[in-house]
Structure formats: structure tokens, C-alpha cells
Ligand binder design. Sequence first.
Ligand SMILES: [Zn+2]
Length: 378
Amino acid sequence: MKIHRAYKFRMYPTKGQEVLIHKTFGCTRFIYNYCLDLKRNNKYLTKFDLMKELPKLKKEYSFLKEVDSCSLQNAITDLMVSFDKQEKEFGGHPKFKKKGEKESFRTSFVTSSYKGTIYENIKVDLKRRVIELPKLKEVKIRGYRNLNNLPGRILNATIKEVGTRFYVSICVEEEIELPGRKNNQAVGIDIGVKNLVVTSNKEYYGNPRYLEKYERKIKRLQQELSRKIKGSKNYIKCKKKIEEVYRKLKNARKKMVEAIVSNITQNYDIIIAENLQVKKMLEKKNNHKSLRKEITNATFSEIIRILKYKCNWLNKKFIQVNSYYPSSQICSRCGNKNEEMKDIRIREYYCSKCGLEIERDYNASINILNEGLKSYNN
Ligand SMILES: [Zn+2]
């Protein structure tokens, strides 16, 4: 089976390269916003129409010629994707990009031949730990110490600046062999705030307490930021600091989630989870948008995201219970419904019909298992 896998390296550009990377951020943002404006006024413009603008724009704004042209085309591709997504989900048009917000650009792998010599625009040499990128030439990279070669064909490379660091994420198409299934054991998992993951075999996984350390730090820095003059040197410095803490938080979270997922995929062949969108709707509304909520939601989505692709690579079946199934309100023994359980503060499930007393999330995970298996067996 062919899969796409990203290899993310830290990048160490020289001062000159750093300037060019910043220029490329600026140029791709310029193209994105320029085309967004065009398309906002004429929604029938196609990707092809917008691509045709590029040569004209390059004549008018010569700075666009200084950067990798592939990254400019990709800015248009990304814009089209955002438009489609926006239309499907909320209507309206995507937001304009702002300087200093999630800056990145992507260049695609292209080969060309000239007088019998083949040229490749992206080259990675892991022995010398360098990547060659269009216009930037060789940039030092670090990461994947045990890897001597990228195990497949390069598709594209995304260059990002996070806080004070630069990264390049290289997307590679790899051929992997699907492992056979082990035991056909199925498991239901409940994802929640109190216990991050609870399985229908009564396994409890972590409570992301230590993520709160980062949360407190971000909060403090955000307060600090609000006291600074927007756009000032200290403001930018503080913003970079916040990005840095977010980066650490994301890394810690990814490690934790990967460990949980690998444990589950080692033991089971069929993994059933619920639809988080539905879960959010069914639980008592708590509408104020807090940082804690933002972090929790991101952690939940990360669990599903990693479960999905790991199951794909490991030949496991991943099922998401898609109906509006109130997993925490149903008695896992007799099927009776207890609406009081909408309140997530109630940790023990008690069934007035059959007398079952069971921990809330464990009960939910059994329901998720049963519900998932219904759709699997049909
Ligand atoms: Zn019952």
C-alpha cells in the first residue's frame, strides 16, 4: 500500500536564507490575499483563471520573481482548498492572511531534464544533513538521526517558522506492507476530560494534567501581551514566546497521544470511537470559549487524527459511531436511558431499571463498542 508520510526536520538557515524565507512568506501571503480578493468579487473564477494572473503580477511586482515560483502556485491551490472547505462548512469566504500568523510556504517536487541531465528542485542528503530547496539552495537540517535515506519519493516540502525556529516538513510517498490482523478483538473507546481515554476493557489512559503547566504559562504570557503596545518590539518578542510554549505543548501532547494509540492498536484489531462533533452537542453546553476548552478540543481531535492514520497503516479497522448516539446516557446492561447523565459532573452511572452501578466513561465505552459493532456486522 502506498502512503504519504511527513518527515519534519528542524532547519538552520543562514541569515541570508532567513531573509529569503521571510520574503517567500510575504510573497505567498500577497498572492493568497490578492487572489482571495479577486475571487471574493467573482466567485466563478477557477484555479486556472487565478494561475493566469501570476505572470502579470510578476511583471507588475518584481519582488515576486525573487522567490520560488512553485510556492506562489501552491498559495493559489491552498486558497482554492480553503474556499471549498469554507463553502461546505460555514459559507462565506476564507479569511485574509496576516503577517506573523502561521507563516509557511510549500514547494512541490519537480524534475526537469536539460541536455540529458536530470534536475530535481528538492534534494535531501541525510549523510551531510542538508536539504536543497529552490532559490534557497542548501540549508542545514537536523532530525531522524538513524535515517540515511528518505524511504520513498518526495512529493513536496513545507517550510515553517514557529516561534524562533524553522522547520521543513518533507512529504514522502512510501510503499508499506500491510501487516496481517492479529486477533479480531474489538474495543470501544470513550474520549473525555476526566480520563482522556477509557476502553471497554476498563483500561484508563492518562489525564493530561501536565498540559496545564503550559496552559498557565500561555495565560500569563497572554496577559503580558495585552499590556504591550501592538506591533512594538516587545510585543513581537512576547508573541514569539507564546508560540514557543504552544510548540512545546503540541509536542508533549503528540507524544502522549501516540503512546496511548500505539498501546490500543497493539492490543486490538477493531477500534471504535464516537463522533466528537456529536458528543460536544449532546453534553451540557458550556459556551464560554476558554483556553482550557481550546486545548482539550485540540487533544481530542489529535487522538482521532492519529488513531485514523495509525489504523490505516497497521491494517486495523477504525469505526466512528456516527449516529446521534448518547453513549453516556444509555445503560450498557439493559439499554435504559438516563438523561441526568447529560451533566458531565455526574461520574457514576446508576440505572434505575436494572440497578447497574458503573463508572460513567467505562459505561460509555461499552456502549460505543456495541453500537460500532452493530454497524460493522451489518
Ligand atoms: Zn440498566
